[in-house]
Each structure stands twice: as structure tokens, then as C-alpha cells.
Design a protein around this ligand. Sequence first.
Ligand SMILES: *[C@@H]1O[C@H](CO)[C@@H](O)[C@H](O)[C@H]1NC(C)=O
Ligand SMILES: *[C@@H]1O[C@H](CO)[C@@H](O)[C@H](O)[C@H]1NC(C)=O
Length: 482
Amino acid sequence: MDADLRHDDRPFPIPNQPHRFKFHLSPIHFSSILILLLAISFFAFPKTNFYKSQSSKLTNLLKFSNQPPGFNPLCVLWMAPFLSGGGYSSEAWSYILALRHHITNPGFRLVIRHHGDLESVDFWEGLPESVRNLAIELHRTRCRMNETVVICHSEPGAWNPPLFETLPCPPGPYQKFKSVIGRTMFETDRVTREHVNRCNVMDYVWVPSEFHVSTFVESGVDPSKIVKVVQPVDVNFFDPLKYKPLSLESVGTLVLGGKNFEEEVKLEKKRFVFLSIFKWEFRKGWDVLLEAYLKEFSKKDEVGLFLLTNPYHTDSDFGNKILDFVENSDLQMPLSGWAPVYVVDIHIPQTDLPRVYKAADAFVLPSRGEGWGRPLVEAMAMSLPVIATNWSGQTEFLTDENSYPLPVERMSEVKEEPFKGHMWAEPSISKLQVLMREVTVNVDEAKEKGRRARQDMIDRFSPDIVADIVHRQIENIFHEKR
Ligand SMILES: *[C@@H]1O[C@H](CO)[C@@H](O)[C@H](O)[C@H]1NC(C)=O
Ligand SMILES: *[C@@H]1O[C@H](CO)[C@@H](O)[C@H](O)[C@H]1NC(C)=O
């Protein structure tokens, strides 16, 4: 899968893009993915009559066939971009895996459907086999609508009726289900009118952080519907003791800072490695990161910056984008030369991702706004010291004890449609320089923060703890009357 794609929290896909699917599958994967995608193509109609045809087909689909006697009717239909590899996708998987493990009640049935963003074959193929098998199993489960709590885990534009072509969520009239929950988030200081209205049609809206509770309420979402439900991070998978580092130099391309051949031969020299993972978009603050890093460090500092990235509505010529950025800035090349910048834009399967974190000494992401920041919690679970903007979703878990919250200089206006006029944060470049220097110098303190970070992830966001939160929410709903 595209490691960075799955990391992006940006909760909106490209509107009006038809549901395309590129077939470059190997025969081995073909059959298993096909089962999942059959349903998707089955429901991918042209936009006209979309809703009407959807609901009748889905009514049939959701009819429960062979219910054993005495079965406790408790069904959760989780609809999310499971196959997209985006931020919602990895978040949804983390819930499913957590719930699956946590809930032993045999009457509790879990069903999943792909909904929202487009599918990515790379992502599917990069999933562990056990997860792929689970996906197929959970896709087959059938439930009655009136006994089903639906979780629409996506950007509100995908909710019924969807603004672009996707399987609608809920897949039928809202009132026919036991309850319908929207799970969403946003990375600016507000929610659009359209999204507010869509939230208010839901029975509940689950958001991951206090930041969202306040931005959603301030934007007009009914406060009685909003519930904070944090995200799990798989602390067993992201466990630094289980992995050997991946050689980042071997998968990365050096785009700035000359290679010194003799040094390469000696090779033994330990460099301090900064890692960042993001989709290539302005929001992620790659400009802030490059400027701070290139101002603060030079070749003689023996540091390296590795950017694991992939395109977001752009081409993937990241090397030239970085060179252009440096040329058009007022950055001066230090006497000893630029500190090296590497781009890793090859596909890193999910199973290798912990080894990428393991190869780093610190993780840094000075973004302007995040829904949650999955790479941040993954890095923290991997005991890395993390430097990240002290604003938006990640303020739910960044503390002075477990990380380096990066101060915000000012708020700035979002310049691009469709969220022009919203505000987000401009992290301080000079403070980022200070913090990046500090982690390289004060190594013991950085390691201590990393240890604390992992402990906090275990205590607050381990799958069992979050599954318990979700389970209790759902149980409460089943005991309510509609
Ligand atoms: C759901 O509907 C079926 C029949 O349509 C009914 O037998 C069942 O009791 C209903 N379940 C609930 C929880 O109301
Ligand atoms: C981060 O933001 C919070 C809330 O605005 C503030 O209380 C805290 O002091 C900030 N931390 C740092 C390191 O700037």
C-alpha cells in the first residue's frame, strides 16, 4: 500500500470522480480482492437513479438469511474506505481489528462495507493475509436493518445521499436502522454548512478529539449528538522491540546535499535521522519542515531528513519540487553544503512500516492541521520522539512529557477551494529549528519522551481500551428506543 496515503487524515475524496478500478492484479490476489470488489462494482451505478436502485438492492442484501435460534440481534455495519489506504481507511481497520479481538459475545455481529474513497490495489495487497481474510469474512455477514447500528466512517459528503459516486451510508433510509452514527473529523477550525447539516441528520457524530468537539459545536452541529471517541493505534504491531530498521538510504533518493563517497564507504558513521510521513500537500507543512531543517543544519551536522511521501492531486516529481522550493527561497547553502534530504516515494507495504519508524531517531510533522495524525501515534508507539504542531486533532495526545509540541506562530487562511476562508495554524519555523536541534543534542531527554510516548499510547489508545469505549457506546445504543 502507499504508506503515506494511508496516513492522510484529509477526510474528503475527489468529488465526482467515477468509481474506477485499475486491474493490474496478480492471479493470487485476484480471487480474494474480487469478492470484496464484487459488491462495490455491483453498487457502482451511474449517478442517475443511483439512490433509488441502491436502496432496493441493499434492502435485499442486508436481509439476514439463516439466523440461528436464540440469537441476540446485535449487528454493527461499519462502512468506511477500507480499501483506500487513506487516513479513514487505516483508522477504520484499527477499530475493526480492535473490536474483533475485544468482543467475545457471539451475538455481536460485525459487517463491513467499502464506502467513500477509491480503492487502492497496492493497499489491499500490502495488508497482512489475516486482515484480508477477515475482510472477506466480515463482508459476508448479513443482518436485518432494524437490528443494525450503522457507522458511517467517512467524510460527510459520502453520507446518504452521497455527493459523489459511492455506496451510500446508511445504505437505505436513516429511520430503517436501529441507529446511524457518523464518524468523521476535520483539520481546519470549522466544518462547512453542508457537512454540519449532514452531521445533524445522524443520530450521533463521533469525533476523535476535544478539538473536534469544539470546532463541530461552534460550527453548528447539535452538541447532544457529539461523542468523543478516540482512535486506537496498534501498539502490538507498532512495537519497537519487534523490528530491525529498514535501510532508508537504500529505498530513498537523495535530492539535496551531495553524497560524500568516502563517507559512504566508511558507512559506520551514525547519522541522526529525521523522518516525516505525509501526502504531498501544502497542509502538511513540508515547506516549513524544509526551511527549518535547511536553515538549522548543514552537511557537517551529520543529520539526514527522510520524507516518505506520495502525491496528493500532484505529480510525483518531488525531487524537483524540493529543488524549486529551495531555489525560490532565501535559503543560503551553508559552507559545508546542504544537510541531506531524501525522498522515499516507492511503495512501502504496511507490514514494513514499523521498520521505517525503527530506522529514525525522531519523527517530525509541522502540519497546519490534522484530523488526528496517524503517523504521529504510530511513531509514538514506536517510542520515537515526535515534533508536531501544537494545534488540531493531535492536541488530544501531544504533551510536553511525551513529545515536542511545536508552537503555533499565527493562524492563517486556507487558500484553496473548497475550504477557502477556513483557518488553520502556521507553525513557527524558528521554534521548529530549536526543537529539531534539541532532539539531536539532548538525546537522553528525547529518548525519555519516546519511552513516555509509547506508554501513553498503550495506556490511552491501545486497541483493547478503545474497543471497550466503542463497545460501550454501541451497547448503550442497543438499549435505547428509537
Ligand atoms: C426486526 O424486524 C423483524 C421482521 O421484520 C422482526 O422479526 C424483529 O423482531 C425486528 N427486530 C427488532 C429488534 O425490532
Ligand atoms: C500547546 O497548546 C496548549 C493549548 O493551546 C497550551 O496550553 C500549551 O502551553 C501549548 N504547548 C506548547 C509547548 O506550546
